[in-house]
Design a protein around this ligand. Structure first.
Ligand code: NAP
Length: 472
């Protein structure tokens, strides 16, 4: 029997769809899952009649693969990956290649690449985005590791990836854990945009009094615009339009208002704090999820303060797309991307990843959860100036900020007076206002630090380090 081109370990939501994608694209496959019953179920169901065979044990799995072996691991991130590598590596031969397609912590990947490469195996840490549908039809993929390891899988991943007008949504990201780092930041941006749309929903409902269908119509209009057309706006429209089959009411109103947060959002913020990159819109989204999960506490606290009793304010005509709200959302989405890209720039500098920001914009244009028409502008901005200090100073994005800042201010001020939380929109306003301020009040912070701790300060009018005896 001829050997399979490709091996997949982990028949979960992603693995199952990715192997069907590979097979559809001409790569005969062998699959292994820790629980064999799931393999049998898959082969009898969605995998039936395809160029896919199952293996009950890892030695069987390894024996069924052509050399050099290309093995994609789609299992839970963390210890399971280390355990799997420990079990697999005695079975591998020189030149064989492991790909971790899960959401692994990039520093873990950094370590694994070094370990496996030193033993003459290839190791790729590859972020995969697109959910179940993307995995099947074409995801966006962010592979990092050695160039040689990437070259060995390029044919496979570029065939499987989503396609946009200028190519497949996959490229060599860079060395070490860079692929997983880029995926982590992708997810951080995703947190931001999801929360921005949740805030827009809250305002449309509680300030403008719209029902789900009317809100969906507004989102449908936004999805036609260059600035907001995106997968997340598209699915938000669908969610808002969906009715509960029992009651006929808007289904979303029956859902518990508590969202969890998994590793990648937290890792984005942790990395940003460690690297000294401000990501306030993304951080606000993470905090909003954490705070939402304190549901019991919130329910007890709510009657203690009579919030949301403030004045209603004008969010604009829904038939015209609610211009101030739309402007606020556009700027908050731009801020999420700008913060994510700034974080990638700093990580690239610190780890010498040599990231190509225009190429990252390109591979996010299709297949992934944050795909949006705006990414063409992001790709163009970094193609024009690869060393752009911040996306917001690119001429096109700067023009957006100039035009839409009044709308963002109006919405944030109105929400504050109405007693409604808008953490991402509010943080975006602070981010933009601070970034474009030539003078911030941190001179006074420096004065305090020198006053109590003799930390010294610098002056604007002459070089050097100064200390003042501030206290009598
Ligand atoms: P899933 O449906 O929960 O499936 C998890 C898979 O991991 C199963 O095959 C499970 O095997 C296996 N597994 C769990 N613990 C294991 C262990 N200790 N040893 C060996 N195998 C183990 O997961 P998924 O959603 O496909 O996600 C897989 C990876 O992709 C994760 O890192 C996830 O974060 C990432 N990811 C997910 C998505 C998404 O939309 N779902 C998108 C991008 C990336 P059993 O059947 O034996 O339990």
């Amino acid at each position: 029997m001829s050997k399979a081109h490709f091996g997949l370990i982990g028949l979960g939501v992603m693995g199952e769809n990715l192997v069907l994608n590979a097979e559809r694209n001409g790569f005969s496959s062998v699959v292994y899952n820790r629980t064999f019953a799931k393999t049998q179920e898959f082969l009898a169901g969605r995998g039936a009649g395809k160029q896919i065979v199952g293996a009950e044990t890892l030695p069987e799995f390894i024996a069924a693969l052509e050399r050099p072996r290309r093995i994609l691991m789609m299992v839970k991130a963390g210890q399971p990956i280390d355990d799997l590598i420990a079990t697999l590596s005695p079975l591998l031969e020189e030149g064989d290649l492991l790909i971790d397609g899960g959401n692994s912590l990039y520093t873990d990947t950094e370590r694994r690449v070094a370990e496996l490469e030193s033993r003459s195996f290839g190791y790729i840490g590859m972020g995969v985005s697109g959910g179940a549908k993307g995995a099947l039809e074409g995801p966006s993929m962010m592979p990092g590791g050695t160039r040689a390891a990437y070259d060995a899988i390029e044919g496979l991943v570029s065939t499987m990836a989503a396609k946009v007008s200028d190519g497949p949504c996959v490229t060599y990201i860079g060395p070490g854990g860079s692929g997983h780092f880029v995926k982590t930041v992708h997810n951080g941006i995703e947190y931001g945009i999801e929360q921005i749309l949740a805030e827009a929903y809250d305002l449309m409902k509680r300030v403008a009094g719209l029902d789900g269908t009317a809100m969906a119509d507004v989102l449908g209009g936004w999805n036609q615009s260059e600035e907001l057309a995106s997968f997340l706006v598209e699915i938000t429209e669908v969610c808002l339009r969906t009715k509960d089959p029992e009651t006929g009411q808007d289904l979303v109103e029956f859902l518990v208002d508590a969202a969890g947060q998994k590793g990648t959002g937290l890792w984005t913020v942790e990395s940003a704090l460690n690297m000294g990159v401000p990501v306030p819109t993304i951080y606000a989204a993470l905090n909003a999820r954490v705070l939402s999960s304190l549901r019991e506490e919130r329910l007890k606290a709510a009657p203690l303060l009579a919030l949301s009793a403030g004045p209603r304010f004008d969010l604009g005509d829904p038939g015209d797309g609610m211009p101030p709200l739309r402007d606020a959302c556009i700027l908050a989405c731009i801020a999420s991307y700008a913060q994510g890209m700034a974080l990638l720039q700093e990580a690239s500098r610190l780890h010498d990843y040599q990231l190509d920001f225009a190429a990252i914009g390109q591979i996010w244009k299709g297949g992934c959860i944050i795909r949006a028409r705006l990414l063409q502008r992001i790709q163009d901005a970094y193609t024009f100036d690869a060393a752009l200090p911040n996306l917001m100073v690119d001429p096109w994005f700067l023009a957006q900020i100039r035009q839409r800042l009044p709308g963002l201010r109006h919405v944030v001020a109105g929400a504050a007076l109405a007693g409604l939380p808008v953490p991402c929109l509010g943080s975006t306003l602070d981010y933009i206002t601070s970034y474009f301020s030539g003078r911030l009040p941190q001179n006074l912070v420096q004065a305090m630090r020198d006053c109590f701790g003799s930390h010294t300060y610098e002056r604007t009018d002459c070089p050097g380090s100064f200390h003042t005896e501030w206290l009598p």
